[in-house]
Design a protein around this ligand. Structure first.
Ligand SMILES: NC(=O)c1ccc[n+]([C@@H]2O[C@H](COP(=O)([O-])OP(=O)(O)OC[C@H]3O[C@@H](n4cnc5c(N)ncnc54)[C@H](OP(=O)(O)O)[C@@H]3O)[C@@H](O)[C@H]2O)c1
Length: 283
């Protein structure tokens, strides 16, 4: 064996030891946490009272987290809280209102003192062609989705522990050209851009930032896109055909992808956009 080969084999041996130590650490953590991925973690999920946000809150609690969920409608929050059952605080608020975000984080601070995970998920979307879009439609889209996500994250920073994880729920719409979703898509593209800058900005604190882009998912938001129940069903069929898998997704299928980005399972991933879209934008 010459010196170059010896060096390579020594490097390989060290890498093997490093990998098996890492694997042992991971297994030890898992067994200490009863196999749960978020034991002891505190998470904020905006729009946690319905659809994707609610499925994510449910899964996070099953995985050992304590969750703070938000939404504007108290009745939906009460229902969601009862459904989640434990380890949940519901805080009513609008992400477009900065005072409401301040109240949310004041509640997190007084109840838990710190935070590990932020899921910026609350959003507004309605199908409108450019020729019909009003300034109110434009402002509501950007104030809820882009500005709302921006300040949801900015205001979390003082409470967010080093090593934390931030996930912005974007949409496949940000890489598609869909005439009726011009404002919605642009707000989701803004979120994707925030993530690139924040991944670089927060790196010294070990805070990872990613977007998750769902394809068509069977939630109240999808149902609300049609003017009637029949039209909503027709849209759903059309959306299903746009995916490679030939169906719309379930909120639970997005929750598992969000869990991946929020947990240590994705510890070497930051700044990405993860499409969870049945192949819609990838095939
Ligand atoms: N469903 C899809 O096909 C699809 C596809 C791509 C991306 N997405 C994205 O996935 C995320 C979740 O959507 P979803 O389908 O689960 O919708 P959903 O079932 O309608 O849930 C939306 C949640 O956000 C809350 N919310 C809406 N506006 C808010 C505001 N201004 N402030 C605080 N909370 C607000 C809602 O509660 P209140 O109404 O009571 O406030 C509700 O809890 C959104 O970011 C959406 O753009 C969805």
């Amino acid at each position: 064996m010459n010196s170059t080969t010896m060096l390579a084999s020594e490097k390989g041996r060290k890498f093997h030891i490093y990998k098996s130590n890492e694997e042992q650490k991971r297994r030890k953590n898992m067994s200490m946490n009863n196999g749960k991925k978020l034991t002891g973690k505190i998470a904020v999920i905006t729009g946690g009272s319905s659809g994707i946000g609610l499925a994510t809150a449910r899964l996070f609690v099953q995985e050992g987290a304590y969750v703070f969920i938000t939404g504007r409608r108290q009745a939906e929050l009460d229902k969601a809280k009862a459904e989640i059952g434990k380890n949940v605080t519901a805080v009513r608020g609008d992400v477009a209102k900065l005072d409401d975000l301040d109240s949310l984080y004041a509640t997190v601070k007084s109840e838990k003192g710190a935070l590990d995970i932020v899921i910026a998920n609350a959003a507004f979307g309605e199908p409108v062609l450019t020729k019909d879009a009003t300034p109110e439609h434009y402002d509501k889209s950007f104030n809820t989705n882009a500005r709302g996500s921006f300040f949801t994250v900015q205001k979390a920073l003082p409470l967010l522990r080093d090593g934390g994880s931030i996930v912005l729920v974007s949409s496949v719409a940000h890489v598609k050209g869909i005439p009726v979703y011009v404002t919605y898509s642009a707000t989701k593209a803004a979120m994707r851009s925030f993530v690139r800058s924040w991944a670089a900005d927060f790196k010294d604190r070990g805070i990872r930032v990613n977007t998750l882009s769902p394809g068509p998912i069977d939630t109240p938001m999808m149902a609300s896109q049609g003017a009637s129940k029949e039209q909503a069903e027709a849209f759903k069929k059309q959306y299903a055909q746009l995916t490679t898998l030939g169906r719309v997704g379930r909120p639970e299928e997005i929750a598992t992808a969000i869990l991946f980005l929020a947990s240590d399972d994705s510890s070497f991933i930051t700044g990405i956009d993860l499409p969870a879209d049945g192949g819609m934008t990838q095939v």
